[in-house]
Design a protein around this ligand. Structure first.
Ligand code: PMP
Length: 417
């Protein structure tokens, strides 16, 4: 079969007719499927149901902390120890907080605006820019947009952002932040390599420049190759920029997405500064939740074992998406995607100028997709080509229907050009 770009006019016309027929059939199927967000499936949440019975007993932690009471701003030591080991940081570099790491990121950006970092003036009243590797996570961009921070897109490759671009931009003192999802980036699956990471912590930048190192998928491997997290705090300290990096993680996609525990790891100076603000806002995090998580995991190996159970459920879904896209799109040379090694997403690049149309067609056929452009600051995908596929939530039969339907829409949109 010739690819779309190789087809004669007659072959193209035929291809379009077939695509229209397939789409009409799809519409008649009356689907109602949702691939919009990377939510764990109910069967994944079931893996952690033992949490619903914990903590048993009196809620007293190993170190004697009464988790039912106020206090303990740093979070419960026994849970911090587990995640410090997993993230490769010292226990005193890591605190455990409430259920959403996104809230920590939001609060840290607000801290920069209201109080400033490290004795530098608050960002309020200054022009402030954040570097946004693209495609990226829409909720990071929403924080910036909501708080009036200008976003500057930079190209994200398979091993991290384009360093020439980043270095040049970071030399501007109004650049105060960079969003990074270093492991299995949302949505491209990129994995930041050591050289890129080292360059990011070494490059000249404003003293209050912070890298928001969102390691949301640090343990979410889809293959047996369980990449260990890089020692980014150690690298930053060695480079003489110990306060540059704020590491975020959570158990949202380990236990319960709505009722997990978030973590912040950073230099002691950054943590002390953060806690000085947090102490005004709350008399302590939910330590009962910390305790039940610590009991449920037991140790770091308990987390790794659980993540392998998630992998057993997720890997077949990712394989199915890859199989369908390969079978439907590859023969006609439409679409580009990488099979990610972890995380929750597949980034499908469709022919330029067709992503919005694909999402519209899918919606009209009952398949809800993340809006086109969502992975770009201000929702502006300059080539209108990225579609984020989130295969985790549906079970295999629904996922199959949704991706077959998506492929039909991609082919129709491509044939219309
Ligand atoms: N960061 C990234 C990159 C994510 O994809 C997500 C969830 N979609 C989050 C953070 C949200 O994490 P939390 O539930 O801890 O707020």
């Amino acid at each position: 079969m010739p690819t779309l770009s190789e087809m004669s006019d007659a072959e193209r016309a035929q291809f379009r007719t077939e695509a229209e027929t397939a789409y009409a059939e799809l519409q008649q199927a009356g689907l109602k499927l949702d691939l919009t967000r990377g939510k764990p499936a109910a069967s994944q949440l079931d893996l952690s149901n033992a949490l619903l019975e914990l903590p048993g007993g009196k809620g007293i932690a190993d170190d004697g902390t009464d988790t039912r009471n106020y206090g303990g701003q740093l979070g419960l030591l026994e849970l911090r120890a587990i995640f410090a080991e997993l993230l490769g940081v010292e226990v005193d570099q890591l605190i455990a907080q409430d259920n959403a790491s996104l809230a920590l990121m939001h609060d840290l950006v607000v801290q920069g605006i209201l109080y400033g970092f490290g004795g530098n003036p608050p960002w309020a009243g200054q022009k402030v820019k954040f570097l946004c590797p693209v495609p990226g996570y829409d909720r990071h961009f929403a924080i910036c947009e909501h708080l009036g921070i200008e976003m500057v897109p930079v190209e994200l490759g398979p091993h991290g952002p384009d360093l020439d671009q980043v270095r040049e931009l970071a030399a501007d003192p109004s650049v105060k932040g960079l969003w990074a999802v270093p492991m299995y980036a949302n949505p491209s699956g990129a994995i930041y390599d050591e050289a890129t990471t080292r360059a990011l912590v070494e490059m000249p930048a404003a003293p209050d420049f912070r890298i928001f190192w969102d390691n949301a998928y640090a343990f979410h491997h889809l293959t047996a190759d369980e990449h260990p997290p890089l020692d980014v705090l150690g690298m930053a300290a060695a480079a003489g920029n110990p306060d540059r990096v704020l590491i975020f993680a959570s158990t949202s996609k380990i236990t319960f997405a709505g009722a997990g525990v978030s973590f912040l790891a950073s230099s002691k100076a950054n943590l002390t500064e953060y806690l000085s603000h947090v102490a005004v806002r709350s008399i302590g995090p939910d330590k009962v939740n910390h305790l039940r998580h610590a009991q449920f995991f037991g140790d770091a190996e308990g987390v790794r074992t659980l993540m392998r159970q998630h992998r057993d459920q997720l890997a077949p879904k990712f394989a199915l998406v890859d199989e369908i896209l390969t079978r439907r799109l590859r023969p006609v040379g439409v679409g580009e995607w990488e099979a990610p090694e972890g995380g929750y997403f597949i980034n499908l690049a469709v022919p330029d100028g067709t992503a919005t149309r694909v999402v519209e067609l899918a919606k009209a056929a009952g398949v809800a997709l993340t809006p086109a452009g969502a992975a770009y600051p201000y929702r502006k995908d300059p080539r209108d080509r990225h579609i984020r596929i989130a295969p985790s939530f549906p079970q295999l039969p629904e996922l199959e229907q949704a991706i077959e339907g998506l492929a039909t829409c991609v082919l129709l949109a491509a044939s219309e050009r």
